[in-house]
Write a protein that binds this ligand. Structure first.
Ligand SMILES: C[S@@+](CC[C@H](N)C(=O)[O-])C[C@H]1O[C@@H](n2cnc3c(N)ncnc32)[C@H](O)[C@@H]1O
Length: 426
């Protein structure tokens, strides 16, 4: 099937069925053999998610009546066509004919003329991108713009701008295999441009590179992980032989990093989602690491753990993921405003429960990939108010002032948006 038809299928899954793009895209990519085609398919789907309101408006303005029901996939195909015309260097004639052919392949023969007509109209009229309201101007839902304006009155526009950039590729050097300097030297030998990040084993690549081209990647010499996520192991700072809980572990990026940073720890990796949990085991296997991988609820530890209380707990809580929109632009359309309060409730419940399983003197690191205070500083502030034996320990990297925890915003030092708060049980 033609690449535009596959793109329409993936976009349809996200926008009509609520499936995340990280699930919908690989399902379609596996139908293509060439790496170049897979990359173009991703570019079209990601591009539509980034610019959805503008594309929607441009396409809808060219149509007499909206596509409904099963025909919605043709609307999504038109978004893909429009994206090609406005945001790529694909020659217009090729973009239009391939998109029309995709319509035929999707078995909407009767709408091929409409697709052709709408795209030719867009091409001919050379209309500017619509910007008449905030949603169109910022390609972001109004509820999220409002929350960002409240939280970041001086920098919300910059945060949105950063959330639309293509994210860089970060690697985590596996300290059990070689030093970061050695791995950087190996990368340099292959002429792969890279530099050190601020945390111990972080490496920032000059440009995204196929992992199969990285030195000894399949043997576990390095892993792909954003620079912000790599602070978790440093901030939790496990000591030799300690009993550690990774309470929301899947897919296991931080689980593996904790073991790489201190191989002698006894690590319990738990997640609620069995499918995602399988990926924790796969990641451990690739890196030759061992942990107790448990399918369980972090808000009901008594149900699956009869052992000691934990020396340290990493709580990388389920969250809105508003800090990683640059990597997952579909989040803007899958999340709803009411989700934030629901998530904050769930986070508080897991946090309170995990706290009971922390030894006196132990450390709990609360983390999210959100940039909304309801899930971060406000969450931790409310926890401190209701938990007399909890003390917040400032993080050296966080800005001076009365900040509760370290809020990283997207693009800061090239990192994803992330939040950390380190709590000690008194
Ligand atoms: C932000 S992700 C964790 C990412 C992971 N720490 C990593 O670095 O790869 C949050 C995880 O929390 C899990 N989760 C949500 N509710 C949970 C619960 N009640 N108990 C355990 N895990 C839960 C989700 O399935 C999801 O995998």
């Amino acid at each position: 099937m033609n690449l535009r038809a596959l793109a329409a299928k993936a976009v349809f899954q996200v926008l009509e069925k609520g499936v995340s793009l990280s699930v919908a895209l690989p399902e379609q990519q596996q139908k293509l053999s060439s790496g170049k085609d897979k990359a173009l398919l991703a570019e079209l789907c990601y591009g539509v998610m980034r610019h959805l309101p503008q594309l929607d408006k441009l396409v809808s303005d060219c149509m007499n009546k909206p596509m409904k029901g099963k025909q919605r996939i043709v609307h999504q195909l038109l978004l893909i066509g429009c994206y090609q015309l406005y945001f790529t260097r694909i020659p217009a004639h090729a973009a239009i004919s391939e998109t029309a052919e995709a319509c035929r392949q999707l078995k909407f023969e009767g709408l091929v003329k409409v697709v052709n007509g709408v795209l030719r109209n867009l091409q001919r009229n050379d209309k500017p991108l619509p910007t008449e309201n905030d949603t169109l101007a910022f390609n972001t839902p109004a509820w999220l713009i409002k929350r960002l304006q409240e939280a970041y009155p001086d920098s919300w526009e910059n945060i949105i701008e950063e959330s639309h950039q293509r994210p860089p590729m970060w690697l985590r050097n596996n300290a059990l295999r070689q030093s970061r300097d050695t791995y950087l030297a190996e990368l340099a030998q292959l002429e792969i441009g890279a530099s050190k990040g601020n945390s111990d084993n972080a490496i920032l690549l000059d440009k995204a590179t196929d992992v199969t081209l990285l030195p000894r990647f399949s043997e576990g010499a390095a892993s792909v992980q954003d620079g912000a996520a790599q602070w978790a192991a440093t901030l939790l700072a496990p000591e030799p032989k300690e009993l550690i809980l990774d309470a929301c572990a899947a897919p296991g990026g931080k689980t593996c990093h904790l073991l790489e940073s201190e191989a002698s720890i006894d690590l319990v990796a738990v997640d609620f989602d069995a499918k995602r949990l399988a990926r924790v085991q796969q990641n451990l296997d690739r890196l030759g690491l061992t942990a107790q991988v448990i399918h369980g609820d972090a808000a009901n530890i008594d149900a699956w753990w009869q052992g000691d209380k934990f020396d340290r707990i990493l709580l990388d809580a389920p969250c809105s993921a508003t800090g990683v929109i640059r990597r997952h632009p579909d989040i803007k359309w899958l999340r709803k405003s009411a989700d934030i309060e629901e998530l904050a409730k769930l986070q508080a419940q897991i946090l309170d429960h995990c706290w009971q399983w922390l030894k006196p003197g132990g450390t709990l690191l609360y983390a999210t990939c959100s940039i909304l205070p309801q899930e971060n500083a406000q969450q931790v502030s409310a926890f401190l108010a209701r938990t007399p034996d909890a003390t917040l320990v400032p993080i050296a990297q966080q800005p001076q002032g009365d900040e509760i925890g370290w809020q990283i915003t997207p693009g800061q030092d090239n990192m994803d948006g992330f939040y950390y708060a380190r709590l000690i049980k008194g």
